[in-house]
Write a protein that binds this ligand. Sequence first.
Ligand code: GTP
Ligand code: MG
Length: 306
Amino acid sequence: MTTSLPKSLTHAGVVSEVYPKMCNVLFDDETANGVDKPSVKKRLCTYRRAQVFDREAEWRERSPVAPGDRVMVTILGSKDGVIEEILPRKNCIQRRAPGREGKVLHTLAANLDFMVIVASLREPDFSPGLIDRFLIAAIEAEIAPALVINKMDLAKDQSEKPWQVYEDFGVRCYPISTQNSSGIEVVQNLIRGKTSVFCGHSGVGKTSLLQNLFGEAFGKIGKVNTSTGKGKHTTTVSTLIEGPDQSRFIDTPGIKEFGLYKIDPKILIQYFPELYQASQKGLPIEDLPRYESYLRIKTALQEEGR
Ligand SMILES: Nc1nc2c(ncn2[C@@H]2O[C@H](COP(=O)(O)OP(=O)(O)OP(=O)(O)O)[C@@H](O)[C@H]2O)c(=O)[nH]1
Ligand SMILES: [Mg+2]
């Protein structure tokens, strides 16, 4: 939408956290508040739903803004603001909103350069199903992915490498431990100067990794349930944090399901590069490691009618 307000009253920023009907915005320029107003880096902003929703859209977004969205804000009072405009997204990661009927989307994060898929070797066990779905979403949104395997300190045997299949078809894989800081530096170099989203199951150590990379405490770190090996959904709101060298990180809450949308099951195989290549060469694909996962996702997409 276009705004009729004078340009000097609106200021550019990036959405850092989204709450029902409100979100926090980090401003590009802390001094943009005017001479008579105190300089505030972060403001809680409201959005006028009717103004920012696209009524024509087939799919409705659970919330019209997502962490990483670029917005124009009118400053109100000393601490608050109103979002006047959401700038077009370069890309985004979206899933079907869980527990919602109809065509409702949840945008996990927007305007990304990089996706760090975090898994753990154990506690919780390495789980390829969600990794496959995140990789599909990354290919679809044209965001470069990397797979970080945390909790390597829990390895019983150094040859344990459940991520081999991903490495074999070209995904960059980084075994690390936030507990003894091994492998952290490589990840740090990888994300320097970029906007990266950190995603994966609850309890794999996303927040621990970000605190380790960032060298600062923000957000909470939870315990993993010792009997089920599951995380406790400690991070509840996606949070964008500004780091050094203009890097930005988005910590996301651990998710249980990632319902893909708008992916045609007929061409799903193209999102599994090793299966696709084999099929193009007329080779059997049924024995390849990710074939079962491919079938499961294909069936789910067919049942959902996309
Ligand atoms: N052994 C071991 N434990 C770790 C490591 N990294 C994190 N943990 C532990 O794993 C648990 C979960 O860590 P979090 O950082 O809260 O995990 P998360 O992925 O942010 O979880 P959610 O916010 O629920 O999605 C905590 O008890 C951490 O101390 C590691 O490298 N090794
Ligand atoms: Mg967390």
